[in-house]
Design a protein around this ligand. Structure first.
Ligand SMILES: Nc1nc2c(ncn2[C@@H]2O[C@H](COP(=O)(O)OP(=O)(O)OP(=O)(O)O)[C@@H](O)[C@H]2O)c(=O)[nH]1
Length: 302
């Protein structure tokens, strides 16, 4: 086959390809490479490959290793703007088996990376409210409990269940119920600091963790109680719920709702996280029994 035909094939490959010498200077690039780099071939050749694409300050770690040890099929992942690429490198040897060039094929793996990120997100977040889910909450609680053991600070977990949420769904439909849940999530986030965690762990059940309150138990309880009250008051404010269809605003519904809140302090990893959650849940049920729209702390013996 003539060189022309090889060049034709080289340029027909959709993946960007480049070949560089032992000093990482570009010797050969295909059309896809120039398109990705947005440069003409003549302007590219002779440059260090990272001066053109991928943009960086030196050879990729895998490429360096490849040049040093002559490994084949080395992979490097890198990001250019919003695009993720996978570079697969091959060693090109001379007649005496000496290392002469490195050949790299770049694959655009942006879609795969985005899908992986999405799958990861769905594993740890609630898609309706975008709050952490039970699994992520458990991780954060475990970390906070371990940290409490080191620092001697108390933390608190609140278990919240909306009062009489079901009638909203029954009267105005599930969509309206969803809107309320989203608004509840927003109000909860506004009541706590960024370092605290708000999660949705069931239909109308939420949990809040205040990670490091104080080294003193009484002071910690006061702080947790203040935040819980702030949350209770915020959630009891009227909700204006409505939606738009084809640019037209549907009827706005004013809805009144409240939450029952159970609170438990945790300290020094003294009981497991399941037990901490169970205690907060017990306190929440006591708050429901006591008439709803209230905050109750778990007391030993409950
Ligand atoms: N709209 C909506 N509703 C949900 C979702 N998940 C669960 N639910 C509903 O939430 C309701 C929760 O039930 P309960 O907590 O027993 O009902 P409640 O009326 O709040 O009763 P109390 O907690 O005793 O005050 C059920 O009707 C579920 O169908 C969701 O993602 N969206």
């Amino acid at each position: 086959m003539t060189a022309d035909i090889w060049r034709y094939i080289f340029d027909a490959v959709e993946a960007p390809i480049f070949l560089h010498d032992q000093n990482y200077r570009l010797l050969l690039v295909n059309r896809a490479y120039c398109e990705e780099a947005d440069m003409a071939e003549a302007d590219v050749l002779g440059k260090f490959y990272w001066e053109v694409f991928p943009l960086g300050t030196g050879p990729l770690p895998g490429c360096k290793e490849m040049a040093e040890f002559g490994h084949d099929g080395v992979h490097d992942e890198f990001l250019v703007g919003t695009k993720h690429f996978l570079s697969t490198g091959y060693v090109v040897r001379g007649e005496n088996n000496e290392l002469r060039y490195s050949l790299h094929l770049l694959s655009d793996i942006t879609q795969r990376k985005e899908s992986e990120a999405k799958i990861k997100w769905f594993a740890f977040y609630d898609s309706l409210t975008e709050l952490p889910n039970r699994r992520l909450f458990s991780d954060r609680l475990q970390q906070a409990m371990s940290s409490s053991k080191r620092t001697g600070y108390y933390g608190a977990v609140m278990y919240l269940d909306l009062d009489n949420f079901k009638p909203l769904n029954d009267t105005h439909g599930h969509g309206m119920g969803d809107m309320l849940l989203i608004e509840v999530a927003n109000r909860l986030k506004k009541c706590v600091r960024e370092t605290d965690t708000v999660a949705r762990i069931g239909g109308d059940e939420f949990v809040v963790m205040l990670a490091a309150l104080d080294v003193d138990r009484v002071e910690s309880e006061v702080q947790a109680s203040n935040v819980a009250e702030k949350i209770r008051i915020s959630l009891a404010e009227p909700y204006l719920l409505g939606s738009t269809h084809d640019g037209q605003a549907d009827a706005i519904v004013e809805h009144h709702c409240s939450a029952s809140v159970g609170v438990v302090l945790f300290f020094n990893n003294e009981c497991g996280q399941d037990e901490v959650l169970r205690r907060a849940d017990v306190a929440m049920y006591k708050a429901k029994e006591a008439g709803r729209n209230r905050v109750l702390f778990y007391r030993s013996g409950d």
